[in-house]
Design a binder for this molecule. Structure first.
Ligand code: ZN
Length: 371
């Protein structure tokens, strides 16, 4: 995948840099880990420090000192997660800031403008995300959200093309990355028919590439795999396909097998901060007393900085006393594991041994914490 800030080898995993930083991790760490692209959250950056400020500072890449590709989400997911603090209507979504309670309006056009000022390499269109369980048994609300997402996608695309082809028409928007691409998002919950319709109508609008949204929101994992199996092959095969917000390490392998090229997830960093190390054998809960004097590395098969230098005993100590370094070392390991898994997947695809890798992965990996 080629972007204004370089090439991304796919399938790829994007570490999440919510507020302009991958939590507890420096850009130098990300370089060392071989991360080729990161994700930024539009909702958070819009509220603080503000997209206008970031634009005046030269755009997000310059502001955060990261010269490689960045994808930004539309802000929609965070706004919809505010539940009681937001109101969705056709025009857009009105919400109260989680920081100071101030009132804001996110429309499909605003989501484009904010991301144009941030200057990410890939901008996401605003869509309406709803949970998996439909509010009415016939799934009418899932259809309504899918149809509204299509209408918002049309408006978002129109605004994106206007800014791209005629930036002078909007002097109040500073376009900081003229080569920005825009991805459309497929919705439709777990209703396969709605997914097919969403693909057709969204691809008709015409985006640089497409994402599958509205999954990993609490549905059983097999159902998620079914929706991906059904949806991914309908998307243009000459464009990257992005599965938003997924997932566990085995999800990466299973969804690559189903045709996915791009992933993002907070799991490696969030779980790292919570003291959970993800390894080829499964999660390792570092605070457990059994590791108090365990001088072996977290994962003997891992070549990351953390595993090469430190023991479970030391990492447990750091976590238990609340040292900030615990978050850094745990997150480094988890990100290495995710990025290294993607590297192994890419190699296996090139060498025609993906199915072998998939089998071997499942033989050792368990979602249950290891003993
Ligand atoms: Zn490691």
């Amino acid at each position: 995948m080629t972007t204004p800030h370089g090439v991304v080898q796919t399938p790829a995993f994007m570490p999440v840099g919510t507020r302009g930083a991958v939590k507890a991790i420096t850009g130098r760490d990300l370089d060392d880990l071989g991360a080729e692209i990161i994700l930024g959250n539009t909702y958070h950056l819009y509220l603080k420090p503000g997209d206008g400020l970031i634009a005046r500072c030269g755009g997000l890449h310059k502001f955060i000192g990261w010269d490689h590709p960045i994808l930004t989400d539309s802000g929609g997911y965070q706004v919809f997660s505010l539940a009681a603090m937001r109101r969705i209507e056709e025009q857009g979504s009105e919400f109260r800031s989680h920081i100071d309670g101030s009132l804001h309006m996110l429309t499909p056009e605003r989501a484009v403008d904010i991301q144009a000022q941030l200057g990410s390499d890939i901008a996401m269109v605003l869509d309406e995300c709803i949970g998996t369980v439909p509010a009415d048994p016939k799934g009418g609300s899932v259809r309504a959200a899918m149809e509204r997402s299509v209408r918002w996608a049309e408006r978002g695309r129109r605004r994106f093309i206007q800014l791209r082809d005629d930036p002078q028409s909007s002097p109040d928007v500073m376009v900081t990355n003229p080569g920005q691409a825009q991805f459309g998002i497929i919705q439709g919950g777990i209703e396969l028919g709605l997914r097919a319709e969403s693909v057709q109508r969204t691809v008709d609008i015409g985006f640089e590439a497409y994402a599958i949204g509205g999954l990993s929101v609490g549905e059983p994992v097999d159902l998620m795999y079914d929706v991906v199996s059904h949806t991914a092959p309908m998307l243009p095969d000459d464009r990257p396909r992005y599965l938003m917000g997924t997932g566990m390490p085995d999800d990466l392998i299973e969804c690559v097998a189903r045709g996915i090229d791009l992933f993002d997830c907070v799991l490696p960093t969030r779980n790292g901060r919570n003291g959970q190390l993800l390894t080829r054998r499964g999660p390792l809960v570092i605070k457990n007393a059994r590791y108090a004097e365990d001088m072996s590395p977290p994962d003997p098969d891992c070549g990351c900085y953390t595993c090469r230098h430190f023991s479970r005993a030391y990492l447990r100590h750091l976590f238990v006393v609340g040292e900030m370094t615990a978050a850094t070392l745990n997150s480094l390991h988890n990100l290495h594991f995710y990025l290294d898994t993607m590297r192994r997947i890419r190699e296996a695809i090139v060498f025609g041994s993906f199915e072998k890798l998939r089998r071997e992965f499942h033989q050792t990996f368990s979602r249950r914490p290891q003993n």
